[in-house]
Design a protein around this ligand. Structure first.
Ligand SMILES: [Zn+2]
Length: 194
């Protein structure tokens, strides 16, 4: 890692002053029940969380509340109608990150509109992974109750086979394509996954 990159990681890390648990919970519930954008689609995306995409949202809410209760969550914020729950990394990798504040590491899982992202990195890298996970949210909007079976389960299996293998899978490439086209259509900046 170059020195400029290392400095960036540190700056981002310092910026994340952690809100209290009750503040985080308020942010999470607010985001969950708020319509983003305008028009009929914003209503549908809200209703869809409790109907068409219910199974993944139950998991998303459960997982987010669990990590929040454990005190791992750094921040909760919305991104284009999705809810980003940013948390610390646990286990050996987490300890390594704590010891060396210049290291960066990110991982993500998307459960309905919940983009659960763990780790610490430059703002650009965080944006890239958020946008990739957002692609899985777009898949969830399309697949509904089938999402966990068609995307979720194969994803867990392929991710366990290493990131190089995982990235080649159709559901991963499809997430990138959907997200890239969403950002292009809405005139938003898009950073491809490196
Ligand atoms: Zn993915």
């Amino acid at each position: 890692m170059s020195r400029t990159q290392a400095m960036k990681v540190k700056e981002i890390d310092d910026k994340w002053t952690r809100p209290s648990k009750s503040e985080l919970l308020k942010k999470l519930l607010n985001a969950l029940f708020t319509r983003e954008g305008k028009g009929i689609w914003s209503w549908w995306f809200l209703i869809s969380r409790f109907t068409w995409e219910l199974p993944q949202h139950i998991l998303g809410i459960g997982f987010s509340l669990f990590t929040l209760a454990m005190g791992w969550v750094r921040d909760v914020y919305t991104y284009e109608g999705s809810i980003v729950v940013l948390r610390d990394v646990q286990g050996k990798k987490g300890a390594l990150l704590k010891r060396n504040k210049y290291l960066s590491y990110l991982s993500g899982v998307s459960l309905g509109s919940f983009l659960c992202i763990a780790g610490r990195a430059s703002e650009q890298r965080l944006q890239a992974i958020t946008q990739h996970e957002y692609g899985h949210y777009l898949q969830s909007q399309r697949a509904g109750w089938l999402y966990l079976l068609v995307i979720g389960l194969p994803s867990i299996i392929s991710a366990s086979q290493g990131s190089r293998f995982h990235r080649k899978m159709w559901w991963e490439r499809n997430a990138n394509e959907l997200s890239a086209s969403f950002h292009k259509t809405n005139d938003l900046a898009y950073i491809p996954m490196a």
